[in-house]
Design a protein around this ligand. Structure first.
Ligand code: GDD
Ligand code: MG
Length: 372
């Protein structure tokens, strides 16, 4: 089975982390997000994936130098790179990648920022049973206006596709969860060589012309990790075992709810739930809880790290506090500094000792934003 994964977006909602690393290559619970997604696809029988590249394409080629991905169970996915000459929108990108892949049969499309436990086989079976031309996975959310909202009839036939409606006007809580099963005929509905949106153009166009567009609701775990609050929530959910355990491949539960990668006992100073990467140095007087710490993270004496995500090689100084925030790879939070309330510290940034960031984003000095 073949799939196209859309990974060409700029990841603006996770800046400054995405200035140098495209969103799908950011870690989620210490595993590169796209590796998680490819593992999920491989577990459902997908063995060939076209990566639809736009933003920072060489980062993907560098991450998969062999052009393959192999999951911990030994399943291999052959990768193909489809780099758009100019941004083609979500549907244009699908058409371009599918052509590069030589797709002539039913295939799967995924947004590259969706973490889900969806049973892809059940979606394919539903598609087959309805003789659908396209089938959309639906998830129920609290704030549907931030998504594509998709009302259906009782058999799952799509009645409307409303991308990002005004808050309060949503016809249903069921939204486009960003995984589709498509027949190759859908590709003919997408004009070549110019930007076309699957959400604004292709799916609404199918409804206008009576195309067999279906959608299947599922209560499987689902989250779009593309914004700060959801990125943090995905970590909390993985720590809570909502997508199964271990939260990261190879992690060991060294005490209830405390997961550690690499050798060694439960680090003093860390309380459940938590995931701690290898080569950590955590002072026993620190207070780490509800957090994911990457490889080589150092936490100083009497520092507090709560509901936070620290990427690889982050240093938290003594008496510093990080709460409900993300700290990018190699960054330093100085002694007595506070990073809180949905802040993002960019990679390699130093937060000076004693300063406070509240809901603030700190880009690296050499990032496009800092130069502007
Ligand atoms: N190749 C390519 N080219 N990829 C793109 C482009 C493009 O021009 N534009 C966006 N993408 C990729 C992004 O990298 C991401 O993986 C995916 O397409 C979706 O883009 P987002 O920017 O994350 O969209 P969204 O989250 O606001 O909305 C989409 O996802 C929701 C579910 O999470 C829509 O599909 C909504 O309808 C849906 O509900
Ligand atoms: Mg998204």
């Amino acid at each position: 089975m073949r799939a196209v994964v859309l990974v060409g977006g700029e990841g603006t909602r996770l800046r400054p982390l995405t200035f140098e690393t495209p969103k799908p290559l950011l870690p989620v619970a210490n595993q590169v997000f796209l590796d998680r997604q490819l593992g999920w696809l491989a577990a459902h029988g997908v063995d060939e994936v076209g990566l639809s590249l736009g933003y920072l394409p060489s980062a993907f080629i560098d991450h998969y130098p062999e052009g393959t991905f192999t999951d911990p169970a030994g399943r291999t996915v052959q990768l193909h790179y489809a780099q758009e000459p100019t941004p083609l929108g979500t549907a244009g990108a699908v058409r371009f990648a599918a052509e590069q892949l030589g797709v002539r049969e039913r295939f799967v499309v995924c947004n590259g920022d969706v973490l889900t436990g969806l049973d892809l086989g059940a979606l394919l079976a539903f598609h087959e049973a309805r003789h659908a031309e396209a089938t959309i996975h639906l998830a129920a959310v609290e704030e549907p206006s931030r998504f594509g909202v998709v009302p259906t009839d009782e058999r799952g036939r799509v009645l409307a596709f409303v991308e990002k409606p005004a808050p309060g006007t949503e016809p249903t809580r069921w939204i486009n969860a960003g995984t589709y099963v498509l027949e190759p005929s859908v590709l003919e509905r997408i004009a070549p060589e110019r930007p076309v949106s699957i959400e604004f153009d292709t799916f609404p166009g199918m409804l206008e012309t009576g195309g067999a567009l279906y959608a299947r609701p599922s209560d499987a775990y689902w989250i779009d990790v593309g914004a700060l609050a959801e990125y943090l929530q995905a970590h909390a959910d993985l720590l809570a075992g909502r997508l199964g355990t271990p939260p990261a491949p190879g992690a060991r539960e060294v005490s209830p709810g405390v997961w550690v990668q690499g050798p060694g006992p439960a680090p003093a100073g860390v309380a459940a739930p938590a995931l701690v990467g290898e080569r950590h140095q955590i002072d026993p007087s620190a207070d780490v809880v509800g957090s994911v710490l990457g490889a080589g993270v150092q936490v100083g004496a009497h520092a507090t790290v709560v509901d936070a995500v620290l990427h690889d090689r982050v240093t938290i100084g003594p008496d510093a506090t990080v709460r409900a925030s993300i700290v990018g790879a190699g960054a330093v939070v100085g002694a007595r500094a506070t990073v809180e309330a949905g802040s993002i510290v960019g990679p390699h940034v130093t937060v000076d000792a004693g300063t406070t960031l509240t809901g603030e984003r700190r880009p690296p000095a050499d990032s496009p934003a800092a130069r502007a």
